[in-house]
Write a protein that binds this ligand. Structure first.
Ligand code: NAP
Length: 316
């Protein structure tokens, strides 16, 4: 899909588009990032061009991220619309469902568009709905990669992320297993999740790391130091819960500011992330086509430097 078509499609999606007299906001100061009009592209690992606004496929599963969704046809529709809107980064994990998110992605989208990057993860087990328990044992992770390859109908996973560092297993052992899978051609790039700069440094002694996925949004900047590290080292930073996750973004001042810019608060939060750093790749999740269209239109929200300053002050 051309960029023009992407803009037309998102406009037709019904979301409000904004920003009279605004300035271009993406500071493309990294060789990994190239300007693409109102959106921009990040080259993951230097060789995978990604439209920076991606999609998180955790919410297409059943209640509690467990089992099949109540309306499976709707989940397939959401995934197909993701690709129609020009998104080429889908984040998932074996633990979402478990398994059902990966299976739905394959059912909806295989054979995949050539430029689509499916980023999956392993290392968190699911004893039950809403429960998440790390397992970083090397033999377990090896099996996880093999099973994700089968479910996703892939020969190689473009981005495999260690979902959590298991406190009971030295990180070197977990990553060592992934390194072997990479050497066997089953993984292209490797990323981490919920990690500090010191942990990334330690991981990079074992193998190259191309991205980090930590919780981060306009109202929760606990991982600011990790973001700074990623900017410096040109690693992709994929914020999870980019629009506040289960709680949402409960902020009256931001809601009011969003109205001023004829946007929803969710759009303002996503545009803020895109503006915040050229290495940020937000992966908002939804089970609704209408929400998806609203979220993707956020890439077109442009504010002036003054306006962003106001938003930042309100949010902090
Ligand atoms: N690495 C990790 O440990 C980790 C942890 C959690 C998540 N993730 C990844 O990050 C992705 C995003 O995180 P997340 O799903 O927790 O949080 P999120 O994207 O911040 O929020 C998703 C929630 O917002 C709602 N929503 C989406 N668009 C909306 C809109 N336009 N208006 C109103 N509500 C809207 C969704 O409900 P509806 O379905 O009703 O739209 C859903 O409840 C996940 O899909 C997953 O891929 C990673």
């Amino acid at each position: 899909m051309t960029r023009r078509k992407f803009l037309d499609t998102t406009l037709a999606g019904g979301a409000t588009l904004i920003a009279g007299g605004s300035t271009m906001i993406f500071a493309a100061n990294s060789p990994a990032v190239t300007e693409l009009g109102t959106s921009s592209v990040f080259r993951l690992g230097g060789d995978l061009p990604l439209n920076r606004l991606g999609f998180g496929a955790m919410r297409i599963t059943g209640e509690g991220i467990w089992g099949w969704p109540a309306d499976r046809g709707n989940a397939l529709k959401v995934l197909r619309r993701v690709v129609e809107l020009g998104v080429n980064l889908i984040d998932t994990a074996d633990a979402y469902g478990p398994e059902t998110s990966e299976l739905l992605i394959a059912e909806a989208l295989h054979p995949y568009p050539k430029d689509l990057v499916i980023a999956t993860k392993g290392g968190l087990t699911r004893p039950g709905p809403g429960q998440w328990v790390p397992n970083g044992r090397p033999e377990y992770l090896t099996q996880c990669v093999e099973k994700s390859l089968k479910r996703l109908l892939l020969e190689r996973i473009d981005l495999y992320q260690l979902h959590r560092i298991d406190p009971k297993v030295p990180m070197e052992e977990s990553l060592g297993a992934l390194k072997k899978m990479q050497e066997a051609g089953k993984i292209r790039h490797i990323g981490l999740s919920e990690v500090s700069p010191a942990e990334i440094d330690r991981a990079r002694k074992v193998l190259p790391i191309v991205s980090v996925q930590n919780q981060y949004n306009i109202g929760n900047r606990r991982w600011e130091k990790t973001l700074t590290y990623c900017e410096k080292e040109r690693l992709g930073f994929m914020p999870w819960s980019p629009i506040g996750g289960n709680r949402g973004l409960k902020d009256n001042a931001l809601e009011a500011a969003a109205k001023d810019y004829h946007a929803s608060v969710v759009q303002l939060a996503l545009a803020w992330l895109l503006h915040r750093s050229p290495v940020i790749l937000p992966i908002p999740g939804t089970s609704s086509v209408a929400h998806l269209e609203e979220n993707m239109a956020a890439a077109k929200l442009k504010l002036t430097a003054e306006e962003w300053k106001r938003v930042d002050t309100l949010a902090s």
